[in-house]
Design a protein around this ligand. Structure first.
Ligand code: GA4
Length: 333
């Protein structure tokens, strides 16, 4: 990492950790092989916008291989990492998140999962042994994508949609605009001791896509915002996945699922590594409520827009903005 820049040190990037409310007993846990999985997932997405998936069937070797390769990259000397492509938005980035002045105590690699865009980038980022890194990323993404489609099919079933592939088809489409992020949050004991607070690794935001699938090492950091506005920590679990609703799925369910606001605080002592698959639709896909989820006499809560229009607008926003706002219908519309 580059030495702390001024913005990463100012008070807005540091925060007091908060305690969970007494009523909150943790985010729901779903076993993928449980016959009740579909209704448990729907319930979790309605109540919290997130759940933890266990017994997911993805071999630990696939996960470990990518973790090892990621650490190998992040542990390289800074000048070598800086030679990797700067984010456009895909590439290697340090501290700056997005193009509009957001910063965090983080370094990352962001990749588009489309094979044409991805192979070029991932090979150019990891110059030392590009093929090994590339195959670790590819194996991980294909396993996680398959599992995510299974989850989306359970959701389609649980919601009583006409066809099981009503949601998974967006990710399976060869033009799907999905992306993948490897995050490294190094601890910064000096800064934390100075302020008595945890640093913000990744500021509060919702994910614009349909669904996000996160896996981290055993280092804490992830927090979600509950409906009552309280922030609670999600205890890490290296062998499970945390799956959350993105803005597009909020629209597709006409607000029945809400995309969950989340953030990451840096741990005082240990580095946190996370890998996130963001399942998105093709750029030209219309993001509209699924017809069977709009009851008779009801209307869509949102104006019509394509994923490209939403993505364009997201990249003009700041991380913490409420991005769906401009796409909501007002009373007269
Ligand atoms: C948040 C979710 C994903 O990490 C991401 C992020 C993207 C980026 O880092 O390039 C954005 C952010 C995310 C939302 C608003 C814009 C775009 C940074 C930013 C300020 C890859 C995504 O798709 O949207």
């Amino acid at each position: 990492m580059v030495v702390a820049s001024q913005p990463a040190l100012n008070h807005s990037s540091q925060i007091k950790t908060c305690k969970p409310t007494s009523l909150f007993t943790g985010i729901p846990v779903v076993d993928l092989s449980d016959p009740k999985a579909k209704s448990l997932i729907v319930k979790a997405f309605e109540e919290f916008g997130i759940f933890k998936l266990v017994n997911h069937g993805i071999p630990m070797e696939v996960i470990n291989k990518l973790e090892v390769e990621s650490l190998r990259f992040f542990n390289l000397p800074q000048p070598e990492k800086d030679r990797a492509s700067p984010p456009d938005p895909y590439g290697y980035g340090s501290k700056r998140i997005g193009p509009n002045g957001d910063v965090g105590w983080i370094e990352y690699i962001l990749l588009n999962t489309n094979p044409d865009v991805m192979s070029h980038k991932s090979l150019s980022i990891f110059q030392q042994s590009p093929e090994i890194f590339h195959s670790a990323v590819n194996d991980y993404i294909s396993a996680v994508k398959k599992m995510t489609c299974e989850v989306l099919e359970l959701i389609a079933d649980g919601l009583g949609l006409e066809a099981r592939n009503m949601l998974s088809r967006f990710l399976r489409n060869e033009k799907s605009d999905s992306c993948f992020r490897l995050n490294h949050y190094p601890p910064c004991p000096e800064l934390q001791a100075l302020s008595g607070r945890n640093l913000i690794g990744f500021g509060e935001h919702t994910d614009p896509q349909i669904i996000s699938v996160l896996r981290s090492n055993n280092t804490s950091g992830l927090q979600i915002c509950l409906r009552d506005g309280t922030w609670v920590s999600v205890p890490p679990d290296r062998s499970s996945f945390f799956i959350n609703v993105g803005d597009s799925l909020q629209v597709m369910t006409n607000g029945r699922f809400k995309s969950v606001k989340h953030r990451v605080l840096t741990d005082n002592t240990n580095p946190r590594i996370s890998m996130i698959y963001f399942g998105g639709p093709p750029l030209n896909e219309k993001i509209v409520p699924l017809p069977s989820l709009v009851a008779e006499g009801e209307e869509s809560l949102y104006k019509e827009f394509t994923w490209w229009e939403y993505k364009k607008s997201a990249y003009k926003s700041r991380l913490g903005d409420y991005r769906l706002g401009p796409f909501e219908k007002t009373a007269s519309q």
